[in-house]
Design a binder for this molecule. Structure first.
Ligand code: MN3
Length: 231
C-alpha cells in the first residue's frame, strides 16, 4: 500500500515536472479531451511586482479553470485534441470556440512568463529574426505594445510565424487565436499577451499601457525562443 502510494506520487510529480518543462507548441496542441488545468511552473507570487499574486490566483485558478470546465462540458463525448478543436471551431457551438481558445491561450501564456530574474534575452536566432522582420528588438517591442494598447475591448496580442516564414504581430478578440480555422491572420504562435482586463486590473486598474510595458520584465525568452525554433 505504502509502496503503491509512493509510486503514485512519483508518477504525479513526473507528470507535473514534464508539463513544466515540456513546452513545445505541439505538446499543447496534442493534449486530448477531457482537458485539465495545467499547473504553473512557478509560484503564484513569482511574477510580482509585474503581475500580483491575487491576479495570478484568480486568472489561473478561476478564469482558466472555468475555460477548461466549460470546454469539457461543451464537448460532451467528443474526443478531440486541442488543435483539432481549434481547426474545427466552425463545426461547433460558440462555447467550444470561446473555451477551447481560452484553454489554449492561457496554457500557452503561462509558459511565456517566468520570474523576473530568469527572464533573460531572446537569444541569437530569435533576435536575428526579430531584427530581420522589425528592424530591431526595440522596434518589435514598440509595435507589440502599440497593438496591445490599441486593441479595443478584450483579446490577445501575438507574435506569430506566418506560413511564408515571416514574423508578424497580430491581435485577436475574445479568446480567438491564430491557430483557429476562423483566424483572419493565421500563424504559429511564438509569444502571447493577454490584454483582457482580468489580466491586469487588480494592480494596474485602467492603465493597460503600464501592464504591457512591464510585461517584458517577465517574458521567458528561453521558452519563447523554443516556440520560435519549432516549425
Ligand atoms: Mn485571461
Amino acid at each position: 500500500m505504502l509502496a503503491n502510494q509512493k509510486a503514485l506520487w512519483i508518477a504525479i510529480a513526473l507528470c507535473l515536472s514534464t508539463w513544466a518543462q515540456a513546452q513545445t507548441r505541439s505538446d499543447l496542441n496534442s493534449l486530448n479531451s477531457p482537458f485539465k488545468l495545467p499547473p504553473l511552473s512557478y509560484a503564484l507570487n513569482a511574477l510580482e511586482p509585474v503581475i500580483d499574486q491575487e491576479t495570478m490566483s484568480l486568472h489561473h485558478g478561476k478564469h482558466h479553470q472555468a475555460y477548461v470546465d466549460k470546454l469539457n462540458e461543451a464537448l460532451g463525448d467528443n474526443k478531440l485534441s486541442l488543435l483539432e478543436i481549434l481547426k474545427r471551431t466552425r463545426e461547433f457551438p460558440a462555447s467550444v470556440r470561446n473555451n477551447g481558445g481560452g484553454h489554449w491561450n492561457h496554457a500557452f501564456f503561462w509558459t511565456v512568463m517566468s520570474p523576473t530574474a530568469k527572464s533573460g534575452t531572446p537569444g541569437k536566432k530569435l533576435e536575428a529574426d526579430l531584427i530581420k522582420n522589425f528592424g530591431s528588438v526595440e522596434n518589435f517591442k514598440t509595435e507589440f505594445e502599440k497593438q496591445a494598447t490599441s486593441l479595443f475591448g478584450s483579446g490577445w496580442v501575438w507574435l506569430i510565424r506566418t506560413s511564408d516564414g515571416r514574423l508578424k504581430i497580430t491581435t485577436t478578440t475574445n479568446q480567438d487565436n491564430p491557430l483557429m480555422d476562423v483566424a483572419t491572420e493565421p500563424g504559429q504562435p511564438i509569444l502571447a499577451l493577454d490584454v483582457w482586463e482580468h489580466a491586469y486590473y487588480v494592480s494596474y486598474r485602467n492603465k493597460r499601457a503600464d501592464y504591457v510595458k512591464n510585461f517584458w520584465k517577465v517574458v521567458n525568452w528561453s521558452q519563447v525562443a523554443k516556440y520560435h525554433a519549432e516549425k
